[in-house]
Each structure stands twice: as C-alpha cells, then as structure tokens.
Design a protein. Structure first.
Length: 234
C-alpha cells in the first residue's frame, strides 16, 4: 500500500519511521511518503494561511498550495482515484470498520490541516481527482491533523497482511466483532494479593471461552453501552 501525507510539520510524522509501521516500510509492505506543504508555496515567506472571509478568529489555509501539493500526489498515484483523507474534528468518526475498508485500498493520501482549517473549495476541487473523506478521531479538538494521521495510519497499517506477525491477534481484539476485548492475565497467578480468575487455570477451554465472552459483554455494557446491539447477543 502507498500512503502520502502532506503537512506543514513533516518532522511530526517521523514516528512512522519506527515500530510496526517502520518495519512494514522496511519490509516493502508499505510505501509512506511525507511531503512539506510549504514546498508548494512561491512567496518569500512560504505563506500557507490567510485571514478568513467573513471575519472571525484565527487563520485559514490557502487553497493554492494544497491544490499544487495534491495535484503532484495524484499525478504520481498508482490508481485512477486515490482516497483523500482529511483529518478534522468536523468529519465522520473514524472506526475499525473504516480502518478495515481503507486497508483494502492501494493508495491513501492524508491532508493535514492546521489553524482553523483548509479553504472549503479545496475539498470541492479535490473530488475531481480523489475519493474525499473528512474524518475525526472523536469529539475533542486537536491543533492539527498530524496526530490523527499517526493514529489512522497505525490502525490501517496493522490490518495489511504481513504487517502483524500473528494475524490471529487481530481477530480477538477490541472492536473486532463489535464488543470490547476480555481482560487478560499472565504469570504469576497470585500477585500482590490479586488472583487470576480460577477458570483461566482450569484447562477447560469451553468454559474459558464462555467466561471470556461474558466478560466482553459485561465490559461493553458498563463502559460502552452504545456499542451493544438492541436484542439478545448471538
Ligand atoms: Cl482528525 N483533527 C483535529 N484537528 N482535531 C481532532 C480530530 C482530527 N479528531 C478529533 N479531534
């Protein structure tokens, strides 16, 4: 998979050089290219923002550098219509199902906004060349899209075949199957007065599976009732 990221803080994305994503890049599973938006300015001050029409606080990112940067990325795309992801608190909420969908695509492009956002016409224009998606991490505000891109690239990247050593670990985790993960324990079985639930030491795999399922349902009910389906669980 090819991933391009456009940002005014390309150094922010250096975390993509390490750990799981860094290894996937070394292994040739991921081709990540980070671009500096300011390379697409043509004035002495490399200006990327300006005051908002209509007034109001803060600055808005100018359309011209974005169009030039995104044209360059689209011209170099392996596909006809790459997916353009724009991290913004006013987007639809990013989720495991969306991560799974994106993991099936050949080329993702992330446009990191800063300040009060990017001139809205950039998204209208970009729809000519990209499948445009505005996505949020959740209901809180970050200063820019870079942290959100790190989160989304990790969520998508780990779903690409070969990126994670043991693909079975993908099946049983939180949000796969719509419930939170069950609690996990390792040795020692007794630690500072806290015991591992005896069923996990019983060797009865049927009973263990049943207990884990019940824990998943109970945790989800307590912490994330919004995730539970209406009627009884399968
Ligand atoms: Cl994707 N971007 C920004 N700037 N703030 C956010 C966000 C994204 N998701 C939650 N807050």
């Amino acid at each position: 998979m090819r991933i391009d990221v456009v940002s005014i803080f390309p150094e922010y994305l250096s975390a993509l050089d390490i750990s799981l994503i860094g290894r996937a890049r070394e292994d040739g599973l991921l081709d990540v290219r980070v671009h500096d938006l300011r390379e697409h300015t043509h004035d002495r001050h490399r200006t990327v923002d300006d005051t908002p029409y209509g007034g109001g606080a803060g600055m808005v990112m100018k359309p011209e550098p974005w169009a030039e940067a995104l044209d360059a990325v689209a011209d170099d795309s392996p596909v006809e219509r790459p997916t353009l992801l724009v991290p913004t608190p006013s987007g639809t909420v990013f989720s495991q199902p969306l991560a799974r969908e994106l993991a099936g695509y050949e080329h993702l492009v992330f446009a990191c906004g800063r300040y009060e956002g990017i001139d809205e016409r950039v998204f209208q224009w970009a729809a000519e060349r990209f499948d445009v998606r505005l996505v949020s991490l959740g209901d809180y505000v970050l200063n820019g899209g870079e942290v959100a891109v790190l989160a989304m690239v990790e969520a998508v990247g780990r779903l690409i075949p070969g990126v994670i050593g043991n693909p079975e670990s993908l099946v049983e985790e939180s949000h796969e199957g719509g419930l939170l993960e069950y609690p996990v324990y390792t040795k020692p079985s007794s630690w500072r007065g806290h015991e591992v639930p005896p069923v996990l030491l019983s060797g009865d795999h049927g009973k263990i599976a049943q207990w884990r399922r019940a824990q998943q349902v109970e945790r989800t009910r307590l912490r994330r009732p919004d995730l539970l389906p209406e009627g009884p669980l399968a």
